[in-house]
Design a protein around this ligand. Structure first.
Ligand code: SAM
Length: 239
């Protein structure tokens, strides 16, 4: 079973939205598991302190490496092969291919930062992978961790009704998804494109591919460049 372990100062935030809809249904059916552990249990002294002032000065507080090490070691003892992630705006941007790779594994142990973030030394000492969900700063890693877990869980076997619906979505082909329509046929004078109602699946697939390319070229040309690079690398590797 795919297991998500979240290390947080706010375990009461979980499962939160992960307890609803597709993810929540899968959780209730035992298709994946979620454990939110309170880092403060490993805090120091009478006040269970988890943070301290930044070395060198500056605003805010930093989460202590010794406290985080104790929390990580208790949650994922030796032999636990799951990747250890720390949510961080400095991390590698989360991608659909990284999500696919995580889903192939046994789950993930995810550390949620607060305050100014975590002491740098814990990242190396516990081989943490820094993951970002975008170029903006949240007040804590919990919402970022939820986004990551949601992206993973929806791909697990048995979660989505039609498994094909996962494969056609944005990023799966390296392109943004084509536009979607449903009833009514006419909405405030805007009609569904005729081709989608013609019944010819080959023509529809071609139209959708062209729209996906068009949208990607207009909105995310960087994705097309990535595709070209990957294709070149694949050709290079096979010659
Ligand atoms: N001082 C940090 C910096 O400038 O990079 C920001 C710390 S932020 C206020 C607190 C925590 O929120 C971070 O340690 C991280 O866990 C989480 N966080 C904030 N933005 C994030 C993002 N874009 N992606 C992933 N995690 C994020």
């Amino acid at each position: 079973m795919w297991r998500a372990t979240i290390l947080t100062l706010f375990p009461e935030m979980f499962p939160g939205p992960l307890g609803l809809s597709l993810a929540g249904d899968g959780l209730a059916r035992g298709l994946w598991s979620l454990e939110a552990r309170n880092i403060r249990e490993h805090g120091l002294g009478r006040h269970r302190a988890v943070d301290d002032t930044p070395a060198g000065g500056g605003p805010g507080m930093v989460m202590r490496a010794d406290v985080l090490a104790a929390a990580i070691d208790a949650a994922a003892p030796q032999g636990d092969a799951r990747p250890r992630l720390v949510m961080s705006p400095r991390g590698a941007p989360l991608t659909q291919s990284r999500v696919r790779a995580l889903v192939e594994g046994e789950g993930a142990v995810i550390l949620c930062g607060r305050f100014e973030g975590v002491d740098e030394r814990i990242i190396e000492a516990r081989a943490l992978e820094e993951v970002s969900i975008g170029d903006y700063v949240l007040s804590g890693g919990e919402i970022a961790a939820m986004a990551l877990v949601d992206a993973c869980v929806r791909l697990l076997p048995g979660i989505m009704g039609e498994s094909a619906s996962g494969e056609e979505e944005s990023f799966e082909s390296g392109l943004l998804e084509y536009p979607q329509y449903t009833r009514p046929r006419d909405f405030e004078g805007r009609a569904i494109p005729d081709i989608l109602l013609c019944g010819d699946h080959a023509k529809i697939a071609k139209w959708r591919h062209e729209r996906a390319l068009e949208l990607t070229r207009a909105r995310r040309p960087d994705l097309l460049n990535d595709r070209v690079r990957e294709t070149r690398a694949e050709k290079g590797a096979s010659t």
